[in-house]
Design a protein around this ligand. Sequence first.
Ligand code: HGY
Ligand code: MN
Ligand code: MN
Length: 425
Amino acid sequence: MTTGPSRSGALTLGDNTRIDSARLWDSLMAMAQIGPGIAGGNNRQTLTDEDAQGRALFQSWCEAAGLSMGVDEVGNMFMTRAGEDPDALPVYVGSHLDTQPTGGKYDGVLGVLAGLEVARRMNDLGIKTKHPVVITNWTNEEGARFAPAMLASGVFAGELSLDYAYARKDMEGKSFGDELARIGWRGTEKVGARKMHAYYELHIEQGPILEAEECDIGVVTHCQGLWWLEFTLTGKEAHTGSTPMKMRTNAGLAMARILEMVQEVAMDAQPDAVGGVGQMQFSPNSRNVLPGKVVFTVDIRSPDLEKLTKMRSQIEARGAEICAELGVGCTIEPVGHFDPVTFTPELVTAVRGAAQKLGYKYRDLVSGAGHDACWAAKVAPTTMVMCPCVGGLSHNEAEEISPDWAAAGTDVLFHAVLETAQVVE
Ligand code: HGY
Ligand code: MN
Ligand code: MN
């Protein structure tokens, strides 16, 4: 390829061709207006009206860029830029537009809008590729409203059934299937019918390494595995004032001891292991009633499958012991899982080569967070690109990146995707 210009100037594809970082940033800021949080981030949870608005905006941008839309039975959005070879499987590029309830503006959104910027830049340059390119928005990546995380990409990959997904319920008892239909995004395309030539996902690191090492790019080689274990503890509702201590069946105390134990198990499993709890429900959740029921989800992760499996069995066994000692009922239901993932070396090499060619400082990285790419890797050659985020902070409204970091990640994504989709002169 001839050496292309920097950000402005004549638009010809070259080794140094960059995406339009101002256009990308404008799109990120426009999307961030939908489902605003209360502290500068976003609350655009899956299958809410805000999610529907975000989807419609993304659809309008894609259609303005000449992409055609397909929507499958779980609401995954596929926006296609045609290739020259009608028989060639597409290169998919995507992530998710749904956010945590107190989410940031970039988690997932960067990957979807970077995919759109790749298509827009291809249009600017009149690039033709052998393989079509498909920009993807996966439904319910976060798993905040409906567990598990990466639900729709899990159905797409054949790891979770359509009925299981439709039946998942949120805290108000609303089902995924009903809410998907209510917002008008329950597509007719058979989920999982699409075959991929490759899948790329750009995502913020959601960890501190890249910023601390002043790297622009994470060349993601692996993603750690995960278990979500939902504990339901059954105690006895009783007066917090008049019930003598020795007469209590205290599910709240059992929960506290289990949380302490999870911390201990994760610390004993260092390095490369994490464990904690983010969501908990007391019922009746009244200040002066001992809880009759406590429900919470333990989140444990490690890149080492043996370690992850051992942590799970330790936590389940010791959790049951704690409850038995206190006379508290205990059931444990796995509500999320994927094994550690190794991404496809050829695609990892394409990412590394793009970072090198563009002069970005990069380092190999294992993803701490889960991503739709973890399920895509089950059905197609897959890898990820990461860019830094400020202080490694994510799943917090203060999540922040710089326009340069967003542009660097998208530049690398652009060149890696073109290498795989094969530019046709
Ligand atoms: O939980 C995760 O790792 C992702 O943010 N859904
Ligand atoms: Mn994400
Ligand atoms: Mn997330």
